[in-house]
Ligand binder design. Structure first.
Ligand code: NAD
Length: 274
């Protein structure tokens, strides 16, 4: 049974669960990717700055799963923003991944003070027109940045990948995405593991005979997010995908809704991050 997919505003779709590989060492990435593909994942999330695009390509080729069955995302790093430098950085990523066509390319951060994200977005549009990438999107964009690229180019991102987990639920941004038909993808979906210590999450897990990680991943699935938990451990990678045989009830969802915190952000603030 394949994992569910969500539709994108460009007519394509994305598997709702993927493996994240931030801080996965280059020399263990191929193994983690193979473990994920063996466990039924069909979606891998990497980035140029993670230094492991080569391992992602290697794991994909070694898995025996057909290229066309797997959705691969990578991201343009901040230092490469700008029209020409984006085109060059894309080529470098594709070389490392060993792919002809990418499924999704994201602008990693808007870096608003540098004023380059609109030119960068124009290069993304070019790459999609050339058929080198199927879908284009952004990461860590706030409504003002999303408004700006759409005003200047007329092209909406398919998806925005943002920090999103039960302690930081991003109501405003999720509302914006819903209004504009942009998919929401959750990074650090487990709160980098911190949420697994939460007593309320653990109680819900016991009730369902599931683990805390499975409860949090399941919450994202039911919220309609694309979710990319990270692990390098084959057992945990499989565990995080064991979320399609149970459902959270209204009481569980209400309890998790209450975990939201105004200051729940773990990562950088996109308005000030370089
Ligand atoms: P996460 O929330 O996925 O947590 C990962 C950590 O949780 C692991 O290191 C591990 O310690 C723990 N863990 C995972 N599964 C577990 C399990 N079943 N049991 C116990 N512990 C478990 O954190 P993340 O890596 O920050 O985020 C996931 C992915 O999101 C990244 O790998 C990356 O692909 C992406 N990301 C993107 C951005 C961005 O700016 N776009 C930023 C951060 C992360």
């Amino acid at each position: 049974q394949p994992h569910p997919s969500l539709p994108l505003n460009d007519g394509r779709s994305i598997p709702q669960l993927g493996l994240g590989v931030w801080r996965t060492p280059a020399d263990t990435t191929a193994q983690a990717v193979q473990a994920a593909l063996a466990a039924g994942y069909r979606h891998i999330d990497t980035a140029a700055i993670y230094g492991n695009e080569g391992g992602v390509g290697e794991g994909l080729r070694a898995s025996g799963v057909a290229r066309e069955e797997v959705f691969i995302t990578t991201k343009l790093w901040n230092a490469e923003q700008g029209f020409d430098s984006t085109l060059r950085a894309f080529d470098a990523s594709m070389q490392l991944l060993g792919l002809d066509v990418l499924d999704l390319y994201l602008i990693h951060w808007p870096c608003p003070s540098r004023e380059l994200y609109v030119d960068t977005w124009r290069a993304f549009i070019r790459l999609r027109e050339e058929g080198r990438v199927r879908s284009i999107g952004v990461s860590n964009f706030e409504p003002e940045h999303l408004d700006r690229i759409v005003q200047e180019t007329g092209i909406k991102p398919a998806l925005n990948q943002i920090e999103l987990h039960p302690r930081f639920q991003q109501h405003r941004l999720r509302g914006y995405h819903a209004t504009h038909g942009i998919a929401t993808q959750a990074w650090s979906p487990l709160g980098q593991g911190q949420l697994l210590e939460d007593a309320g999450i653990q109680a819900i897990a016991r009730k369902h005979g599931k683990t805390a990680a499975q409860v949090v991943v399941r919450w994202h699935i039911e919220m309609g997010h694309v979710v990319i938990p990270k692990s390098v451990n084959a057992g945990r990678i499989a565990e995080n995908a064991g979320v399609f045989d149970f459902a959270l009830d209204a009481q569980d969802m209400a309890a998790i809704a209450r975990l939201d915190q105004a200051e729940g952000r773990i990562g950088p603030n996109p308005l000030t991050a370089a």
